[in-house]
Every structure is written in C-alpha cells, then in structure tokens.
Design a protein around this ligand. Structure first.
Ligand code: 0O2
Length: 196
C-alpha cells in the first residue's frame, strides 16, 4: 500500500507541474477490516479463508482518489496504466456508464509488485459526496415509506451533479484556453481578472 501511495504522490506532483494546479482534492487509503472481508466472502459465496481474501477478493487494499475535475480522473488513470511495475487487472468506467442507481466512479483493480491486489476508485468531489450518502441508505435498513422517494431523489441528484461536473470542466477548459492564449502577452487580461 505504501508503494501505491508513493506512486500516486509522484503522479500527483507531475500533473500538478503540468496543469498548474493539484489534480487531487484528497486521497484515502484503507485496508478492509477482517469482518468486512468475511462479509464479502459470504456475499460472493467464497470460503472465509485467507486464500479467498487475498486471491479472489481484490479490494482488501483500497485507495480512493478524489478530484475536482473529471478530466483529471482520466489523466491519473492514464498515468496509473503506464506504471511499469503494476498490472491493471480490470477497469470499470462507471463515469461514462453510470450504474442505474446513479453511482459514478472509475474503478481499477491493480496487481502490485508484491503480488497483492488493490482497488483504486477515482471520483470527483460530487461523486464522492453522493456515494457516501447512498452508502448510508444501504446500511439504514428501514427508511420506511420514503424509500422509493429517496432512491428517486438520489438518482435525480446524481444526474444533476454529473451535469454540473461537466459544466465545471468546461469552465476550467475555457479559463485555461484563455490563459494559454494570453500567455504570450497579447494585451488581454486572463478571464477572471477583467472588470468586476
Ligand atoms: P464496500 O464495503 O464499500 O467496500 P468486486 O469488488 O469487483 O468483487 P463488484 O461489486 O463487482 O465487486 O465491484 P464494483 O462494482 O467495482 O464495486 C466495488 C466497490 O465500489 C464497492 O465495494 C463499493 O465501495 C463501490 N460501489 C460500487 N457500486 C456502488 C454503489 O452503487 N453505491 C455506492 N455507494 N458504492 C458502490 P463493496 O465491497 O461492494 O463495498
């Protein structure tokens, strides 16, 4: 896990230098608890053994990378794919192909140089907030007669957040294009520095 965190730090530093801003809002690493591993083995009809836990279940080690902008997710994904000592076992693009409930995230299962598997989840801040709220729903067994409404509202919010993420990305692109265009002193101030 330390190895993976170091590699992500290096990617983050490189991209920060080329983008002019940190692509990562925050990064969270976790090792699945024993109880959580057992529960996942049971859910997948696997024996509750060390072999299942480390061989068949691929997210004992998890890293969640939260970005402000969607394009940064794909930039980090490309850099992870290019890591020489890591093989990408599986990828799921729930951003381009959202789950029916509205869940969005980019998932990668990696095999690390020591042979262990790790799951990386890449998301925007809004996808992360949404997933945390929706996760509560799964563990709150009884939401009573409101359940359908909650599911429906969560889906509506997920779609609105995705649309806002796209708009934010577009605004950033416009600012960066304009800033790039203005870089060789053409007399125009960059967007954001014009009249108030
Ligand atoms: P936990 O307790 O959060 O870790 P796999 O892991 O590949 O065997 P699966 O379900 O095919 O199983 O993988 P997938 O779809 O890539 O999901 C892996 C993880 O993504 C889940 O881990 C969740 O953390 C998260 N996730 C996937 N779908 C949803 C969703 O609809 N809502 C939310 N909030 N999170 C989701 P776990 O082990 O299921 O759960």
């Amino acid at each position: 896990m330390a190895y993976l965190e170091q590699e992500i730090d290096k990617i983050r530093t490189d991209l920060k230098a080329s983008l002019g801003m940190d692509p990562v809002e925050h990064c969270l690493a976790r090792i699945k608890t024993e109880e959580s591993m057992r529960e996942k083995c049971r859910r997948n009809n696997l024996p509750e053994t060390e072999e299942s836990a480390l061989g068949a279940i691929h997210d004992a080690i998890g890293l969640r990378i939260v970005c402000a902008f969607v394009d940064d997710i794909y930039a980090i994904r490309d850099r992870i794919r290019a890591l020489p000592d890591v093989s990408v076992v599986r990828e799921k693009d729930y951003i381009r192909h959202a789950k029916p409930n509205g869940y969005r995230s980019y998932h990668m299962i990696l095999q690390l140089p020591d042979g262990y598997f790790a799951e990386i989840q890449l998301r925007t801040i809004s996808m992360d907030t949404w997933a945390a709220l929706e996760h509560h729903l799964k563990y709150k067994r009884d939401t009573g007669p409101q359940t359908d409404l909650i599911i429906q509202e969560l889906k509506r919010c997920a779609d609105e957040l995705a649309s806002t993420d796209l708009s934010m990305q577009t605004i950033r692109d416009m600012i960066q294009d304009r800033t790039g265009q203005d870089a060789p002193d053409n007399g125009k101030p960059p967007i954001g520095l014009t009249d108030k």
